[in-house]
Design a protein around this ligand. Sequence first.
Ligand code: XMP
Length: 319
Amino acid sequence: NWTMAAYREKMVEKIREQVGTGKVICGLSGGVDSSVAAVLIHEAIGDQLTCIYVDHGLMRLNESEQVVTMFRDQFNIPLVHVDAEKLFIGELEGQSDPETKRKIIGRLFIEVFEEEAKKLGGADFLAQGTLYPDVIESVSFSGGPSVTIKSHHNVGGLPERMNMQLVEPLRELFKDEVRALGRELGIPESFIGRHPFPGPGLAIRCPGGITPEKLDILRQADAIYLDEIRKSGQYDKIWQAFAVLLPVQTVGVMGDGRTYEFVCALRAVTSVDGMTADFYQFDMNFLGKTATRIINEVRGINRVVYDVTSKPPGTIEWE
Ligand code: XMP
């Protein structure tokens, strides 16, 4: 795609101009946006860039390993992998209010990130994968009330605190353009085509209090759901699909025994930019088959429901 090739050239020049001989750090989230930003910046300034991946232990099955391997081994980008699972899960235990959970994760993320940046001797610039929709969504309508639905977690509050300038090479792009740029940069399709994943991770897909056991149950159910979606060829038609582990137990029957286990909700939506969304119309046989697999293979779940709420009035994530 010639447009993206030209954009890539232009941005590489702009980044070099802005950064000069300065040092840049980039907070990787494991998502497409920060990854594309990091690869582009690395192309521009090489090892003046260091990435910090704060692993909060709230990622999907095997996801952290995949991210670290790709950056270190495939792109040779200097990467610090911070295993902060104990810290995050410890502080989240017993917390069930959605905003409290989001704020704890946001605060810890900043604290851990700052500490690691200090260990690196600081930096002049902070790189972010901010997209155009992020830019406009954070501007409230003029004169109208500004309502916070969810306090978004990213590295937004960092630059002022750490006295760094921002490098945001994706600020003019929409999601589909970021994906095109990522392909242009040689990032594998299997990574580029991935559904968006929220900064607070699985914590907001486990309504109520989280525990390591619940996260583990959720990870297994989610992996089966996504496996079925991929196998049926529907992955690329969907904006986001994920499992949610409800804090509700229901009665079931297995063999000649009574079960009393958690409910798993499945969600899938189509969307252009995440600001509005329609629930995805699966075939009922697909849902039935997926539910059976989840219940048979995941200990701790004995009932599966499908979320048929669009946005608005629902949001995509449950918290
Ligand atoms: P909602 O749930 O508000 O989500 O309809 C819209 C899109 O944003 C993602 N999302 C987040 N992304 N940090 C992020 O980076 C967050 O705190 C966050 N919360 C929601 C969500 O997955 C969907 O794509």
